[in-house]
Write a protein that binds this ligand. Structure first.
Ligand code: PMP
Length: 449
């Protein structure tokens, strides 16, 4: 059902409403991916310009989503446009390899310490799937452990546990499956753990060692709260996994953007396999699974047939390879430093603003990533990050307000910066948040919008 804009104050999005009406006649739910924000209706974009989006009603919005953190350099980054434009006339996909895939692979293996060999695919979902298959083939075990609430894409075993678990009468945790009808056997092979709980992790890995192929970890899971890992937790994970021959898979599809060498390097994690995506495609579809030469040999050695067959019609297509290389070449240590400083500053501004108004909002994140929570204290666990209906309503209310102030903020996932953003752009975000809290009093934690 189409929801008309609430409060009667948003005639500006009228072209989007018309398009949504058309979308509803051809797409289930009116859109083509579950993650599209439909509150109060999807906003259809006409174009992107650097740090900004322009919607079909010509409203300009500072883009703090950047296609779910993909666009490190924002929209229409000139060097990528030039390189891709000149490539297009030479062909966009072949069944043969090209030099472009080697160039991007060389760049990534030289930067990311745990990646000696790499394979390219088209999405993060696919890359996580192949990493899990690789760990299974390497260890001869089928189960994986993962952390409650973390998003790892749509492979059944990666999806189970994304929404937590059910407690069985005997206290065991049964991973919640992604959809009704998902094979119940999937739950048997997915252990759901709590992020940053080192003792419980050690116990679960020890008890289940013989059946565990891997621990799948996003170093700062966005949907589980965008909470940084504790050093002790990372150390224990590596020690215990190593003791039992369990591989560690770091899912850095989102968090590779934390530093020049990614997130694992930042937090002292040395995974056996690392999954990347988003920023390494420069705005084009991509995923990658990399790791030690020893483990990656499951995808192919010189003499024997691969233990895991990894194909993909569009894998390593030259457009994604070239765009990714240009994007990553431009992402120098100095660029990451600047993004980091801007992230630190914006998070501090937003936190100070919430405190000044004694308002139930808090901030988590690191580097160029942040999440605003409709909660007085920054959550320290997935359970604490889950939004109650009144909190969700407050967050949606804020996002709508910010949109009217020209800022696009995701309401339940990581927001992020891009290199074309100026300090003035970010000050505007903080000012708009201040204006929101000035106009709407939330001094009492129980206040409703
Ligand atoms: N893992 C993580 C950590 C992600 O953030 C995402 C995408 N948001 C995925 C996997 C899946 O990637 P894709 O959407 O490219 O399939």
């Amino acid at each position: 059902m189409l929801t008309e804009p609430a409060d009667g104050e948003e005639p500006a999005f009228s072209q989007s409403i018309n398009l949504f009406r058309r979308g509803q006649t051809v797409f289930p739910g009116g859109v083509t991916r579950a993650t599209v924000d439909k509150d109060p209706n999807p906003i259809y974009m006409s174009r992107g310009e650097g740090a900004y989006l322009v919607d079909v009603d010509e409203a300009r919005l500072l883009d703090l989503n950047n296609n779910f953190t993909t666009l490190l350099h924002g929209h229409g980054y000139e060097p990528i446009l030039e390189a891709v434009s000149s490539l297009l006339s030479t062909g966009t996909c072949f069944s043969n390899p090209t030099k472009h895939e080697i160039a991007l692979a060389e760049l990534l293996t030289s930067r990311i310490p745990s990646v000696e060999r790499i394979r390219f695919v088209n999405t993060g979902t696919e890359a996580v799937m192949f990493a899990i298959k690789a760990a299974r083939a390497f260890t001869g075990r089928s189960a994986i452990a993962r952390f409650a609430g973390a998003y790892h894409g749509a492979y059944d075993w990666a999806e189970a546990g994304q929404n937590g678990f059910e407690a069985a009468p005997d206290g065991r945790r049964i991973a919640r499956l992604g959809y009704q009808g998902a094979p119940s056997a999937v739950a048997n092979d997915v252990l759901v753990l709590d992020f940053n709980d080192a003792d419980a992790l050690e116990e679960a890995l020890t008890v289940n060692a013989e059946r565990l192929a891997a621990v799948l970890i996003d170093p700062m899971p966005s949907r589980a709260g965008l909470i940084e890992p504790a050093r002790e937790f990372i150390d224990r994970l590596m020690t215990v996994a190593d003791r039992h021959g369990i591989l560690v898979i770091a899912d850095e599809v989102l968090n590779l953007r934390q530093s020049f060498s990614g997130a694992s390097a930042r937090y002292g994690l040395t995974p056996d396999l690392l999954v990347a995506g988003k920023i390494i495609g420069g705005g084009f579809p991509i995923g990658a699974v990399g790791g030690s030469a020893k483990v990656m040999a499951v995808f192919g050695g010189d003499t024997r047939s691969p233990m895991v067959s990894q194909g993909g019609t569009f894998s390593a297509n030259p457009v994604s390879m070239v765009a990714g290389r240009i994007a990553m070449e431009a992402a120098t240590p100095a660029v990451f430093d600047r993004l980091e400083q801007q992230g630190v500053r914006l998070r501090a501004q937003l936190t100070a603003t919430a405190r000044k108004h004694n308002a139930p909002f808090s901030v988590t994140g690191a580097a160029s990533l942040l999440r605003l929570h409709p909660k007085s204290e920054p959550p320290r666990s997935f359970a604490a990050a889950v939004q109650r209906p009144d909190e969700l309503a407050r967050m949606r209310f804020l996002c709508r307000f910010l949109r009217r102030e020209g800022v696009l903020l995701p309401h339940d996932a990581a927001a992020c910066l891009s290199t074309p953003m100026t300090d003035m752009d970010l000050d505007h975000v903080a000012d708009a948040f201040d204006k929101f809290l000035t106009q709407h009093s939330f001094a009492s934690q129980e206040a409703q919008p």
